[in-house]
Design a protein around this ligand. Structure first.
Ligand SMILES: [Zn+2]
Length: 158
């Protein structure tokens, strides 16, 4: 890897002039320097992809989170009032758990990310939430809410 001294562009070893500005290139970087440059580039790329903070709590999060909390309370009330059928107890518990996790995922994304980070620690270090975790979070929120609703419909009427 060669780095242009006049514009900073990264060039491959076999180039003699800079791909960006056309200036003559010097000697290739040492392995240590090359690693530092790569690390820097990787971080910049990651930042680009993050765009919006994936852990930001937006309007949709508040709506879904609110619905999940509502479902949690409504479900608990219906259960305590004896509306859950005898063979629907397991399903009702599943529904409550789904609402609970939906609410956490929506309103406490940093907590959920910390859990995810603990899991990721097994494979990678200093992980940061990326664009994909933004989408996963959205999907998880809506899915857990829907699962909660369906579970309760089954527990009450199934
Ligand atoms: Zn250059």
């Amino acid at each position: 890897m060669k780095q242009c001294t006049s514009c900073g562009a990264i060039n491959s070893d076999h180039r003699s002039v800079c791909v960006d500005c056309g200036k003559r290139l010097g000697k290739p970087l040492s392995e240590e320097q090359a690693n530092a440059v790569e690390e820097h580039l990787r971080k910049n790329t990651e930042k680009l992809y993050q765009g919006e903070d994936p852990l930001h709590i937006g309007l949709l999060d508040k709506i879904v989170g609110g619905l999940c909390i509502l479902g949690l309370f409504l479900g608990l009330c219906l259960w305590l009032l004896g509306f859950v059928k005898e063979d629907g107890v397991g399903t009702a518990i599943g529904g409550l758990l789904a609402f609970f996790f939906g609410a956490l995922e929506s309103l406490a994304p940093e907590l959920m990310w910390e859990l995810e980070e603990m899991r990721l620690e097994l494979f990678v270090h200093d992980a940061t939430p990326c664009g994909m975790s933004f989408i996963f979070r959205r999907v998880a929120q809506v899915l857990t809410f829907l699962i909660g609703v369906v579970a309760f419909l089954i527990a009450l009427f199934g």
